[in-house]
Design a protein around this ligand. Sequence first.
Ligand code: E4P
Length: 220
Amino acid sequence: MEFFLDTANIDEIKRINRLGLVDGITTNPSIIAKGNRDFEEVIKEICSIVDGPVSAEVISLTADEMVEEAREIAKWASNVVVKIPMTEAGLEAVNTISKEGIKTNVTLVFSVAQGLMAAKAGATYISPFVGRVDDIGEDGIALIQRLKQTLQNYQYDAKIITASVRTIGHLESAALAGADIATIPGSLLPKLWKHPLTDNGIEQFLADWEKVPKKAETLS
Ligand code: E4P
């Protein structure tokens, strides 16, 4: 399973990248706004740190404008992926730019039907938002399972990015469902490797180690 980081925070990206856990990055306009930096500048910096795909989202709403914006964003770096919202205009834009070799991530996907449309239009990645689906009382992980099965049925190449991941349970269930990728907020990621029993275990081992006779003590 690939891990993307759902952040534009450079320090966070560098820190997690040192662990070998970062296969790519996703951003959205809300994430970019938090960093209070120029969009192009921050995406170019992230692309220079991370080798894998870095998603940068268009903000236009018409197909022609999305295509124009996507062509511009695609020039920023060889590993940039253009994130396009799941709308009629978005599908038209994906259909156009995917034929030009521009990689796309269709975002704000909340149903199997939307995912299927995105795959058929030529999306490289499809991002179902599990947390937001749970928020409206539906089952986000079931969406991942059903979309995975649907894409397999018709052998689409599009990869599923499990997005809006809020809990360890989301990540584990997405992995069990066979999602290709999960994009994880920097705040959640440390919780994936931390466990209170690990911390207790270390504390106990170190306390016991103090009781082991040291060489000087054994000789005297
Ligand atoms: C990823 O591509 C999305 O931008 C992100 O996962 C959305 O997460 P949220 O629902 O927690 O804002």
